[in-house]
Design a protein around this ligand. Sequence first.
Ligand SMILES: [Zn+2]
Ligand SMILES: [Zn+2]
Length: 355
Amino acid sequence: MMHFKLIIIGLLFTCNFTFARETVVKKITKDVITVTPGKNQLHTLGWPNDIINSIAVKTTKGIVLIDTQNSPANARLIKKKIIQTLNDSTFVYVVNTHGHSCHSGGNCIFEQDNIVAHTNSATEIKDYDDLFLGQTVDFLRKKIYHKTNILDTITATGVLSDSINKAIDLYKFYENDLINNYQARYPDITFDDTLTLTPGNKTIKLSYMGKGHGDADIVVYIKEDKVVCTGNLFHLGSYKEEAMPSFYKNRENDVEHWIETLAALLDDKNEIDYVISTHGKKPFERKNLQFILDYCTIVNEKIKAAKKSVIALEVLQNTELFEDFFKNNTNILRLNDTIKEMHAKNIAIAWKYIN
Ligand SMILES: [Zn+2]
Ligand SMILES: [Zn+2]
């Protein structure tokens, strides 16, 4: 698989400071690209790999955008880049893979009434507006305060103070952007189970995954390009053990719904070459989704059987009972201490929801 990487550096001037605003574009197929703000714009803000991928699909009716970044400024940045790269300025649909801020935070800069998401995403967007937006601004202000204090104690100028000044500029930039430009923007078109969009020459199928990462997570399948977008599902691509799914602590984990949706997506009729996650460095493949489906299925079966025969949770947390499964999947990942730890956590979480 080939990727063409283009890095464009532009300058953005604001009242007090200046820093390069960079966009990284990767071509996935003839009509599908990923776009993320450059690493230095997301660095220290807490996003895994300093990556937030938005995905743009070129259709004969215009562009379909999947996920709108974490802030209006970044949404404007990727919007401009997409218009240049795909040579089209009509956004026929804007899809949110769920309502969390790095997937819907830039919705307000898209004027058309064509934002598409799962019904439950409206509550996630409202929660952000009511609560998490304020917390994010507080977080940024604390960072600014803390870094300014460090700067005050440094007497010598040079590399260190430069990097601190850059970080302060970045925090101020986001604080400013969120306070002045962010507006909660809810979806116009919602669905509960599945929805198929057919803009021009493309077939784009949206499927609800069931509760887990959030309450509104969907997968997006672009049939003609054989591309699946998974948003932030299972934190795929986010951490060191990229291909191992992590279940969701303190959330409702609807394991059986995940199995049902993944099985339908992996139907033999659906060809899949690329699986793109929001915070992943590179696309995954069909076999990675198959691995997750098989893992969820075996976890579901073993927990059900254990509860019937009064086997303790701790027994299943040990990967020995899953030895054959992991042996058969060494092309996806190899068991190590991190995977064992993730597995133990997954079992503890799933145990509460499988009966
Ligand atoms: Zn999320
Ligand atoms: Zn995310």
